[in-house]
Design a protein around this ligand. Structure first.
Ligand code: PMV
Length: 325
């Protein structure tokens, strides 16, 4: 059976950084994100009895690192479905891979939905989220729809994401400024392992529950200024932990920093916009829909900005009928 799924990437408002369990990918803290309408992975999977090994093509090429992680994920699906067949997998992103736009989130969410269905399984949203999490933590948040929360469970069965609000709930937008197309030097997988080496990590652990609860209150109230201040401070805290890890992780480039500073200038001019950044140089500008056009104009004037991708809140991973092979 050949099956194809599309999954969105997501942007975390409250971040997942560090793991309580390395193998199961249980996060140090619960976290909250929004699925992104303009950053998608499409994946087709077919299990083929005559295949001697898995064949995995990502954006037209076979990448050995990703390939191993993808095969590990296929093994998880095969174990649940009790099948041995090898698979053909073809996957495509409509955005640059490995630059901090969470291609692993959309990638593993799409692989989970397509592979499980192709293996003959019918899994619930919760089961899909648990499975996706084991491929890449943030992928579990790309399974449910809209704004999602990855619950702070202590076991694999209690660590999954749920939808807090559907896409149409609030016209929040994420205007991504691509400031470099190069791949980041250090993957999130390696970065997570360094979290505990930062002297600020204990402080972060201490107040995460409160942050989650504040974020949920501001979302419920659609209180954009309070929400924006909180998520920008959260991004800076994440990067404070990264900068003070051993070895230190520095993801920003001059373009990233320029836009971070401009964001404050724009706010002083009365433009309601806040930034957030993941493990990469690209910067996500969070605003409400009426601000998007003005922001695009401002970004287009900045030399370092190579591309601008406007996202609204999107549905979670789902099957489609159009196959890639
Ligand atoms: O899911 P991973 O291993 O790619 O880690 C994601 C880490 C951050 O993007 C920095 C934060 C997050 O919650 O998405």
């Amino acid at each position: 059976m050949k099956k194809t799924a599309v999954a969105p990437s997501n942007i975390a408002f409250i971040k997942y950084w560090g793991k309580k369990d390395e193998v199961l990918r249980l996060p140090e803290n619960g976290n909250i994100s929004m699925n992104l309408s303009g950053l998608e992975t499409t994946t087709t999977v077919e299990f083929i009895t005559s295949y001697k090994e898995d064949s995995i093509e990502i954006n037209g090429i076979v990448e050995s690192n990703e390939k191993n992680r993808a095969i590990d994920h296929l093994d998880r699906v095969r174990a649940i479905a009790r099948i041995q067949d090898k698979a053909k997998v073809v996957t495509k992103n409509n955005f640059p891979t490995g630059t901090g736009l969470s291609s692993s989130a959309s990638g593993f969410a799409a692989l989970t939905v397509a592979a499980s269905k192709a293996a003959g399984l019918t899994l619930s949203e919760k089961e899909l989220s648990i499975l996706a999490r084991q491929g890449s933590g943030s992928a579990c948040r790309s399974i449910p729809s809209g704004i999602t929360e990855w619950l702070d469970g202590e076991t694999s069965d209690t660590s999954f994401a749920v939808s807090l609000y559907p896409p149409e709930y609030w016209d929040l937008c994420d205007v991504v400024a691509i400031v470099s197309v190069g791949r980041k030097d250090i993957s999130s997988t390696s970065g997570h392992k360094l979290t505990a080496t930062s002297p600020f990590f204990e402080m972060r652990r201490f107040h995460m529950k409160e942050k989650i609860s504040l974020c949920k209150t501001f979302l419920a109230d659609k209180n954009f200024p309070a929400f924006g201040e909180l998520i920008e401070a959260e991004a800076l805290e994440l990067h404070a932990i990264m900068l003070t890890s051993t070895p230190s992780l520095i993801y920003w480039t001059p373009g990233t920093l320029r836009i971070m500073k401009l964001c404050k200038v724009w706010r002083n001019e009365g433009i309601p916009v806040y930034f957030t950044i993941n493990t990469g140089q690209d910067i996500h500008l969070i605003c409400e829909k009426p601000t998007v056009e003005l922001l695009k104009k401002k970004l287009a004037e900045i030399e370092e900005v190579k591309n601008i991708i406007v996202n609204t809140s999107a549905p979670g991973a789902h099957l489609i009928d159009h196959h890639l092979f």
